[in-house]
Design a protein around this ligand. Structure first.
Ligand code: TYD
Length: 135
């Protein structure tokens, strides 16, 4: 399905504590314009449930675990994140949601664009129509 992918980040193992990092155009294929994070998610809640016309994202579970549910209009894929040295790259035009958050989980999201409400596609039927038009 599409170009979404699980990316293994560098992990510098050290008895003082491990370290991982992300550099734009290196571990991820875009320039980082914005960083946000999702935390204090009550049990059973989900975030997302939309696609972007243009924005790309990279999501890491810095703490705890959650599922990234991806849907390209043809098939669905669930990627469970539970390590701080692994993340999911999500290209534009992929329907995605974050679900099944563990207690105290922390989702770090890197984006290639500043926040823009007009870039969101929140209507799933519209999303499917747009995808079908392109094929
Ligand atoms: P939204 O991306 O809609 O959250 P979710 O997809 O998880 O439902 O963001 C919720 C609100 O937060 C949105 O109405 C505007 C605000 N927001 C910003 O101001 N800047 C941001 O970078 C993000 C991601 C959200």
């Amino acid at each position: 399905m599409n170009d979404s992918q699980l990316i293994e980040l560098p992990k510098i193992i050290d008895p003082r504590g491990n370290l991982s990092f992300i550099e734009e155009y290196n571990q991820i294929p875009f320039k980082i314009e914005r960083t946000y994070w999702i935390y204090d998610v009550p049990g059973g809640e989900m975030r997302g449930g939309h696609a972007f016309y243009q924005m790309q994202e990279f999501i890491v579970a810095l703490s705890g675990s959650f599922d990234v549910v991806l849907d390209d209009g043809e098939s669905k894929k669930i990627i469970s994140l539970n390590r701080s040295y692994r993340g999911v790259y999500i290209p534009k035009m992929v329907w995605r949601s974050l679900e099944n958050f563990s207690t105290n989980s922390l989702a770090l999201v890197l984006s290639d664009k500043a926040y823009d409400a007009n870039d969101y596609i929140r209507d799933y039927d519209l999303y499917l129509n747009l995808k079908n038009k392109k094929q």
